[in-house]
Design a protein around this ligand. Sequence first.
Ligand SMILES: NC(=O)c1ccc[n+]([C@@H]2O[C@H](COP(=O)([O-])OP(=O)(O)OC[C@H]3O[C@@H](n4cnc5c(N)ncnc54)[C@H](O)[C@@H]3O)[C@@H](O)[C@H]2O)c1
Ligand SMILES: O=c1ccn([C@@H]2O[C@H](COP(=O)(O)OP(=O)(O)O[C@H]3O[C@H](CO)[C@H](O)[C@H](O)[C@H]3O)[C@@H](O)[C@H]2O)c(=O)[nH]1
Length: 329
Amino acid sequence: MESILVSGGAGYIGSHTVRTLAEQGYRPIVLDSLVTGHRQSVSLDVPFYHGDIADSDLVRKIVEIEQVSAVIHFAARSLVGESVEKPDLYFEENTAKTNRFVSALLQSGVKRLIFSSTAATYGIPDEVPIPESAPTNPINPYGLSKLMIEQSFAWLEKAYGLKWIALRYFNAAGAALDGSLGEDHIPETHLIPLVLKTALGQREAISVFGTDYSTPDGTCLRDYIHVLDLANAHILALEGLATGVGSGVYNVGTGSGYSVKEVIETARFVTGRPIPVLESPRRPGDPDKLVAKVEKIQTLLGWTPEHSSIEQILQSAWAWHLKHPNGYL
Ligand SMILES: NC(=O)c1ccc[n+]([C@@H]2O[C@H](COP(=O)([O-])OP(=O)(O)OC[C@H]3O[C@@H](n4cnc5c(N)ncnc54)[C@H](O)[C@@H]3O)[C@@H](O)[C@H]2O)c1
Ligand SMILES: O=c1ccn([C@@H]2O[C@H](COP(=O)(O)OP(=O)(O)O[C@H]3O[C@H](CO)[C@H](O)[C@H](O)[C@H]3O)[C@@H](O)[C@H]2O)c(=O)[nH]1
């Protein structure tokens, strides 16, 4: 059984990936500082190290004790607004700490790595759907912190033979189909959990940020990808690297966009509850459309989304919210 170290394995996407790895016959090992993650989101059967990715001694120890052969690296800060207020925090926590983490891994002989990147590396795209070859002009420190990591990998590959895949996720959403794992960010800023908290009556209304975008209904279009499909993309990426797929960046999305209004309308249908809307000003830094071009991951890694219709995303997220109205508390 191959042992895979998952940094940030107690976070939203990490916890779903840890479970999927175990289901597919891998042995996941989690390293997480719990700065934003939840211990309860990881099964007690999974080896769990409470620590920081920048603790090189700990990383080397884990690799040796657990016989780690590859790494999936989720650990990061990911609040766009916070990154604008505290760019130094993002360059330290994401870029600098990842550099230390990858150095320790390479020193320990681990050369296969899958990295959580983001559509925020593109900034405001000229072309939608966005191909991986599009220019990268991030418009916030969060996106830049991730782009710098991607770029560093090419040099680490040349110097030390690192094999890497950076998955540029579009909008991660949804939950385990039985609602047993889900999204519990504090503070929550993402549209879908906020819409469902409104359906639960925990919020009075959902603010729609901007109704004058150049989209069919005036609200922003996003490419929502189910967290289980994302989890699977990581495993295919690991297997791809092991069987000779080259290093590089891959978009992970569905290729279809839904507007904020369409998401809210579908959530009304799925939950059967009223969801009051408050039309609000634009949120700074939101591009009107972010939709992935997905041929590369489909062709080279054989990945196709299976749970990512907007109905399936909302149904699974609703199951999670009904079972865990206060998150993992
Ligand atoms: N959620 C999205 O829509 C989305 C979109 C694009 C990219 N991403 C990226 O995916 C990854 C996971 O996102 P998420 O939504 O699951 O976030 P999350 O905050 O739920 O998970 C991040 C996990 O990393 C841990 N962590 C953070 N810094 C750490 C450190 N220095 N050492 C050890 N552990 C640390 C946290 O405790 C948490 O468990 C992040 O890298 C994020 O930037 C997320
Ligand atoms: O209360 C809300 C919250 C969001 N939105 C809108 O809903 C859409 C989706 O917003 P999210 O905050 O859910 O997601 P983002 O598209 O802003 O962010 C995602 O995409 C980014 C890339 O731009 C990063 O990768 C980030 O990590 C990831 O969560 C946006 O148009 C946003 O303006 C609202 O109208 N009301």
